[in-house]
Design a protein around this ligand. Structure first.
Ligand code: UDP
Ligand code: MG
Length: 138
């Protein structure tokens, strides 16, 4: 059993895609064990994406991620880190496979509708960024 962090980015929340995206996860048998809507400050977005701080898109990305509410979720299931990445599609919606969230809804390489952790270590870090242990206890 594995957990991963998913974020519905501002472009997804703003366009009312939360229900559709949640349904894709649930239809795939993935359990949502934590979920909340939050507004990130610029500083919080910078902290979350700190791994990208040297990249040319860092300032634009963190401004965008703090431009409106996001929905953060903890997904649980076997191999859910990779399965979520498969459901999301490639970073650039133009290169994402048919039927993926980013292909169906992504606006451009920045406003690509969803985030998903990429490995067990980043998943643990990203989940702890948004959720306390108590919130995820069952
Ligand atoms: N991003 C961007 N320009 C790029 C690459 C990435 O604006 O050239 C943004 C995009 O929103 C992406 C995020 O930065 O989702 C994190 O980049 P990463 O390479 O980790 O892609 P992801 O893991 O989200 O597919
Ligand atoms: Mg990434």
């Amino acid at each position: 059993m594995e957990r991963t962090l998913s974020i519905i980015k501002p472009d997804g929340v703003q366009r009312g895609l939360t229900g559709n995206i949640v349904q894709r996860f649930e239809s795939a048998g993935i359990r949502i064990v934590g979920m909340k809507r939050v507004c990130l400050s610029k500083k919080e977005a910078e902290a979350f994406y700190a791994v990208h701080k040297e990249r040319p898109f860092f300032d634009s990305l963190t401004s965008y991620m703090s431009s409106g509410p996001v929905v953060v979720m903890v997904l649980e299931g076997p191999n859910v880190i990779q399965r979520n990445r498969d459901i999301m599609g490639a970073t650039n919606p133009a290169q994402a496979a048919p039927g993926t969230i980013r292909k169906d809804y992504g606006l451009d390489v920045e406003k690509n509708t969803v985030h998903g952790s990429d490995a067990p270590e980043t998943a643990a870090k990203e989940i702890a960024f948004f959720f306390s242990e108590l919130e995820l206890m069952r």
